[in-house]
Design a binder for this molecule. Structure first.
Ligand SMILES: Nc1ncnc2c1ncn2[C@@H]1O[C@H](COP(=O)(O)OP(=O)(O)OP(=O)(O)O)[C@@H](O)[C@H]1O
Ligand SMILES: [Mg+2]
Length: 261
């Protein structure tokens, strides 16, 4: 069964300052089966975060319908864990309580929350920083707190918006391996936004390339590559060449549009 279904999604934002409407998503149809790891690529401003926010329930579609496990999405829920493009932590809570925030909402006491948070803090390599506050963290560390918080929910659907963009190269590789291991272990659905073709090819079972704004799905590519992925293999590089060509074309079209706007 399809875990996530986007049916004919249109999103129009009101641009009040300029007195006009902005067509952001233009009839997107996309089904993501449970157990798929979909990577979403596309030029800046094409609507990737908007799509992810609609699946998460933070944003509504102007037209069309978003279904998760067959049910229309009307609000955020514990079945969907979201890692935002910018870490959104509670500044007044230490790392461990940010990670366990959802348990606070469900009435767990501090000892229970602290214990539940620890394995996820270790997983994102923040052991020793449990009692630090968000203002004392680097951007990459704050992002990892957001990842731990989303994973602690053990959600059926994991939504990630460029979660590893601010990490150093080594941590990024470790986090990518950890994420694939988690996905393989619990067989949920992942939708992962990235600007890196290499990252998409290391992680995904499929890659959706979006057009420049208004965003549509330009091409959905199923990846037939063994794991662990070998970025030096001819097959990997064949996909990479193809996807890079699509993105180059869309970025050029986006620039041309801006020049005439
Ligand atoms: N709340 C909002 N109000 C008005 N316009 C918005 C809003 N959120 C996004 N937009 C516009 O919608 C378009 C798509 O934005 P979105 O953040 O989804 O792009 P993106 O693909 O995630 O880009 P990036 O790769 O830079 O993160 C942009 O033109 C943006 O200006
Ligand atoms: Mg974005």
């Amino acid at each position: 069964m399809a875990s996530i279904e986007l049916k004919n999604i249109v999103k129009i934002y009101a641009d009040r300052k300029r007195g006009r409407e902005l067509l952001t998503i233009d009839h997107v149809d996309l089904s993501v089966e449970s157990n798929e790891f979909l990577c979403l690529l596309g030029p800046s401003g094409c609507g990737k975060s908007t799509l992810l926010n609609m699946i998460a329930g933070f944003e509504t579609a102007t037209e069309g319908e978003v279904l998760v496990a067959g049910k229309p999405v009307t609000r955020p829920g514990a079945d969907r864990g979201m890692v935002f493009q910018q870490a959104t932590l509670m500044p007044w809570l230490p790392v461990w309580d940010n990670v366990a925030f959802s348990l606070k909402l469900s009435g767990k006491n501090a000892d229970e929350r602290r214990a539940a948070a620890q394995p996820f803090i270790d997983m994102v390599k923040l052991t020793g920083f449990e009692n630090h506050y968000p203002a004392e963290l680097s951007g990459g560390m704050a992002q990892r707190v957001g990842i731990a918080r989303a994973l602690l929910l053990n959600p059926a659907v994991i939504l990630m918006d460029e979660p590893f963009a601010a990490l150093d190269a080594q941590t990024k590789i470790e986090m990518q391996e950890e994420l694939v291991a988690i996905w393989q272990r619990h067989q949920g659905t992942v939708v992962f936004v990235t600007h890196s073709v290499d990252e998409a090819l290391v992680l995904g079972t499929q890659v959706a390339v979006m057009t420049h704004r208004p965003g549509r799905i330009r091409e959905l590519i199923k990846l037939d590559l063994p794991r662990p992925r070998d970025s030096t293999s001819p097959e990997f590089n064949e996909y990479k060449r193809h996807i890079l060509a699509l993105i180059r074309e869309e970025s050029a079209l986006a620039k041309a549009d801006m020049a005439t706007a």
